[in-house]
Ligand binder design. Structure first.
Ligand code: C2O
Ligand code: CU
Ligand code: CU
Length: 420
């Protein structure tokens, strides 16, 4: 619902059932519908009024992942909604065009609720995104693509409990936008895919077959300065990438987006494809990494360690009553993120922070690549990696930062920064 410069959204979290496999009803959770939630579209400057109705029999919350909004509206673990209760929040969109998402974040129920289907997209537009000559017809040449791995039991149910792994629950079947064996009909030369890794723990390595080209145009927090030709796109849990696939020179009838040899999404190519075949050369004006001002900034070190139920950040387990770090609103800090735990075998830890975005300064001392130089809210830390980031805080409030492997997060791999 729109009223002047305000938009109103009601999201009802509920238990439901979904037919993924013919004749089988799988118990799921969804917002308004039976699995996932509506795509929310907002514009920079707009006021967004949201009403979250918890129709589940357990607590939930609704977190706006990637949104630069006050702590009170963030919907993290400090703002749970009890079963049967409703929560209203209002925030102003104060960031550039980007592909964001939303999902629950209450302690103890996050991982299983996301697994059962509670997640959705929030797409932000601004003057730049409205002006740029890019594919932007939703469902025609501009598609949200949320990729999730699930395991179905013999009776066709999600087996979250049975498959639970304290180091990240992974499934053996891919769902894209809540469907098995997904495809899209492509009628244009260029198609934009807004890829979101909405899985609890699995990392994807997306490629295209038939030598088709994929150009990355955006990272988590917005457009890159220029489109970057990519043969492979790696996405850790929670991460997004927008890519434009150019099908103009492709003679095959179909293309496949794949991960590790498995098909993720089939593109069925209409033989008479129309429309633009080029992309704008300049998409954004981010300060190049080497020219970001680092002078006089506060430094923090964030160390990820442990496995399973023993995960820690700076040797501590999450405590909602403890403030671990502080920052000033609209200030920058340099955080050194480390994962130096190879003694324990070593695991990836995708670092994520709420209410802020960051730029990567270095990865093991090296400058980031072009596609690692965009605005981020998730960066994967591989074993023994040291990633330095320049974090820009925004609004006031208490925000969490955590490992976006949702089982690690639930096991306490999370801390809090108070912005005031
Ligand atoms: Cu995707 Cu703490 O969030
Ligand atoms: Cu988040
Ligand atoms: Cu982790």
């Amino acid at each position: 619902k729109t009223k002047g410069d305000a938009v109103y959204y009601t999201l009802k979290a509920k238990q439901a059932s979904t037919t993924f496999k013919p004749g089988v009803k799988t118990q799921t959770m969804g917002y308004n519908g039976s699995y996932l939630g509506p795509t929310i579209r907002v514009k920079r400057g707009q006021t967004v009024h949201t009403k979250v109705v918890n129709q589940l029999n357990q607590r939930t919350s609704l977190h706006w992942h990637g949104a630069l909004i006050p702590g009170k509206a963030d919907g993290g673990p400090l703002e749970p909604i009890a079963a049967g209760k409703t929560k209203q929040t209002t925030f102003k969109v104060d960031q550039q065009a980007a592909t964001l998402w939303y999902h629950p974040h209450a302690m103890g129920t996050t991982a299983s609720q996301v697994y059962h289907g509670l997640a959705g997209f929030m797409l932000v537009d601004d003057q730049n995104s409205q002006k740029l000559k890019l594919p932007k017809k939703y469902g025609v040449d501009d598609f949200p693509v949320v990729v999730q791995d699930r395991t179905f039991s013999r009776s066709g149910q999600f087996s979250y409990q049975a498959d639970y792994n304290a180091d990240g629950t992974e499934g053996n079947t891919l769902l894209v936008n809540g469907t098995l064996n997904p495809y899209i009909n492509v009628k244009t030369n260029q198609v934009r895919l807004r890829l979101l890794n909405g899985s609890n723990a699995r990392t994807y390595h997306f490629t295209l077959n038939h030598g088709a080209t994929m150009r990355q145009i955006a990272t988590d927090g917005g457009f890159l300065n220029h489109p970057v030709k990519m043969s492979r796109i790696d996405l850790a849990p929670g991460q997004r990438a927008e890519v434009v696939v150019n099908t103009a020179g492709v003679s095959a009838k179909t293309l496949a987006l794949r991960t590790n040899g498995q098909r993720v999404l089939q593109l069925r190519l209409n033989q008479k494809r129309t429309g633009r075949t080029t992309l704008p050369k300049t998409l954004n004006h981010l300060t190049p990494t080497g020219r970001l001002n680092q002078f006089g900034l506060k430094h923090q070190t964030i160390r990820f360690s442990g496995m399973g139920r023993m995960v820690r950040i700076n040797d501590r387990v999450y405590n909602p009553n403890r403030i671990d770090l502080t920052a000033k609103p609209h200030s920058n800090q340099i955080w050194t993120l480390t994962n130096n735990d190879s003694m324990m075998g070593g695991m990836d830890h995708p670092f994520h922070i709420h209410g802020a975005q960051f730029r990567i300064l270095s990865i093991n001392g090296k400058r980031p690549s072009a596609t690692q130089s965009g605005l981020m809210d998730v960066v994967n830390l591989k074993p023994d990696q040291k990633v330095r980031v320049l974090i820009s805080f925004h609004d006031r409030g208490i925000f969490v930062y955590h490992c976006h492997n949702l089982e690690h997060e639930e096991n306490g791999m999370m801390g809090q920064v108070k912005v005031e």
